[in-house]
Design a protein around this ligand. Sequence first.
Ligand code: GLY
Length: 426
Amino acid sequence: MEKKILKSFRLFRFAGINISHYSAMVLLLGAAVLTASCTETDSVNSGNVTTDEIMDFVDDQVRLLVSETDAAIERNPEGRRGPRVNSRGIRADSLFLISSRDWTSGFMPGMLWYMYEYTGDDHWLGEARRYTAPIEREKTNATTHDMGFKIYCSFGNGYRLTAEPHYRDVIIEASNTLITRYNPTVGAIRSWDHNRDRWDFPVIIDNMMNLEMLFRATEMTGDSVYYDIAVQHARTTIAEHFREDNSSYHVIGFNPETGEVMQRHTHQGYAHESAWARGQAWGLYGFVMSYRFTGLPEFLEQAEKIAEFILDHPRLPEDLVPYWDFDAPDIPDVARDASAASITASALYELSTMVNDKSAYYKQMADDMLASLYNNFRSPDGGNLGFVLGHSTGHHPHGYEIDTPLIYSDYYFIEAALRKERLESR
Ligand code: GLY
């Protein structure tokens, strides 16, 4: 009963989608369409797993992950790159602990915020606050584009759920740090500082994900500087990252003085001309989210093109969880990337609220993907040291994190489950 009341209360602040301005109109329209189309397609459109079922399992796993992480950090608190703050995955049968500098440091706090959001339980509020605090030092780290992943998943969710002024200040400071990496000649935010011998000014498709924090910073401050940079970055990405078939390159190397494209490369995919699975998912999510904030049709159009590339791909397995690269040699005998499916499912739920004609289709694909992840790719009960899913692939070309739990896979899986419930409780 208490859970049900909390669910109604949560309705308009759910799973990263805040209803405001333009978005309210789009989401309400989407809800009407979804309601109509669900009636027609209920038998195939419901997925065979509920958010409650998923979250019961997640609750047990995440409690274990927190206790394992606390114990491992206590045994080994200092890392090469600073104090250890949380877990990224499993290596050599042990938790792989990270410092706040790691690009994945925001996901575990973010998951704990989702646990709080779903349950309304103060236990999770306390854990979310505890795991969020050590990420703050990243707000002035200007050496990376990963600020959104780190600060927005942690402090952003925290602010969304608590409206705590300090969290807002951290997000604004982090946004000010991130925009120092923007180059107006290129029209994009620089992604990496490593591998300078290969790229002068690399911009990776993943970088679309960091724009959410900038859009929010404009909403929080009324200063359009963050919004303008985010829009230009997304436009440059459309212009330079995509191929004829709507798949994307991973890395575009620009000349920072002229804005000219120097390289079209991969770093984590199979080949420069291949379609790295998680890259396609980052692009989809990034353009769906950019449309949420801007209402610009070009972003929705790009999102739908990416969705079509993924969902219609002849090498997308029947269970809808992609191989680590759509062009990997030796398919089907290669590793999957469950994280690509988690990110895609979450994005498809939101995309289903933005269109009329394909709303029911996107929702059904998201349901099927989520159900497949839960039924076929989840950890054994109490297994994988508390990670929710197994079978993700982090960096195949470098030979690590292959067919293994990864924290961002869990984060987007939980987000997707919460978005499913939000759509269905309208
Ligand atoms: N953003 C890095 C990755 O997707 O592996």
